[in-house]
Design a protein around this ligand. Structure first.
Ligand code: DAH
Length: 347
């Protein structure tokens, strides 16, 4: 009897020694398994006299239940310990610095582009956007470039190997000047019979393409076109507008501007616009910035307007070049290489 009760403490001690669930289940077999000590006690009941069987049976059962409870307690303890260990192993170190997302920034050309729009909007210009794949008529013919003009040679742009619905050859536009034609014609159509029509006053920034590639030329680059047409717009307005723009763009007044006679098919007279800083690293050098001129009567006619009545100016300038000058960038290609060491300087 004593030895039967002693089994409880013995089992507890054995269970306590089992370090994990598998070891515990093995130990359990020693008491509760088919060949276990409790099972042997049960079998031994058979040899007892009937009057002793009941009391002994109840006693064995009580011991068996106590051992099962001890087993369950140990199971719970092992599970709890495993959970605790896992929590400790996977603990988050809240003192580690977080992983911060890199901050994006605007590309320097985008900054200039936005700047150009903002300055011209502030003096009443509309901003227009148009197709980079342009038709031959709008890119050349409407702008008074005769069929065999050198600017139309195959080397000067990328031709697209399909015709549009009007049977026009398509090409990547070589300048933003076709936007003069698109915008003016749309404006004239909208104005219908208004007399005089409201002035055309627009800039059109965008990508342009040429077969050209070196430190100062890229096959794709950015221009913005300007157009101002009314009944009385003169070259003096062009000078004032562009000079004012340059001073606003570079945020300085010590800028000299000169208009150098030139030739473009779509303007007459035509002028190259040059600029000189009066101080700083580029001091004293004339820098070529834009082509410009009074819009040619043939082009005004192609706008759908009477050149005897409407007159004005146009210009085309390079956003990439203005950006190089503003930030002191000496190689145009840097804008297109996506080197973060370069781009981060503008973020
Ligand atoms: N389209 C010319 C070019 O890309 C630039 C230009 C010259 C635009 C004179 C104009 C202009 O509007 O009047 O070289």
């Amino acid at each position: 009897m004593n030895s039967l009760h002693a089994l409880i403490d013995q089992a507890r001690a054995d269970f306590a020694r089992a370090a994990d669930a598998a070891a515990l289940e093995n130990t359990k077999a020693r008491y509760l398994g088919k060949a276990g000590l409790i099972t042997a006690e049960m079998k031994a009941l058979a040899s007892l006299a009937p009057e002793d069987k009941r009391a002994r049976g109840a006693e064995i059962n009580a011991v068996k239940q106590a051992i099962e409870r001890a087993l369950q307690d140990r199971r719970d303890a092992i599970e709890q310990a495993a959970l605790q260990a896992q929590l400790e192993a996977q603990a988050i170190d809240v003192t580690l610095p977080g992983r911060v997302a890199d901050r994006g920034g605007l590309h320097p050309l985008t900054r200039s582009w936005m700047r150009v729009e903002q300055i011209f909007r502030s003096i009443g210009f509309d901003v227009a956007d148009g197709p980079e794949i342009e038709d031959d008529w709008t890119n050349f013919t409407a702008l008074n470039s005769p069929q065999n003009h050198p600017a139309r040679s195959m080397q000067d742009t990328f031709y697209v190997d399909v015709d549009d619905v009007h049977g026009q050859p398509l090409l990547l536009r070589t300048h933003t000047s076709p936007m003069q034609v698109r915008y003016a014609r749309m404006h004239v159509q909208r104005q219908a019979a208004a007399s005089p029509m409201s002035p055309i006053k627009v800039i059109a920034p965008g990508r342009t393409y040429r077969v050209d590639s070196d430190a100062t030329h890229s096959p794709m680059f950015h221009q913005f076109e300007g157009l101002w047409i009314d009944t009385d717009v003169s070259m003096a307005d062009l000078k004032g507008t562009f000079t004012g723009f340059l001073k606003a763009f570079f945020e300085r007044d010590d800028i000299l501007v000169r208009f150098r006679p030139s030739y473009f098919p779509f303007t007459e007279p035509s002028a190259e616009i040059d600029m000189m800083f009066e101080s700083g690293p580029l001091k004293g050098r004339w820098l070529e910035l834009a082509g410009s001129g009074q819009v040619h009567p043939t082009v005004v006619r192609n706008f759908g307007l009477d050149p005897e009545r409407y007159i004005g100016f146009a210009f085309g300038s390079g956003i990439d070049r203005l950006t190089m000058l503003r930030y002191g960038v000496t190689d145009l290609r840097l804008f297109y290489e996506n080197d973060l060491r370069f781009l981060q300087q503008f973020a």
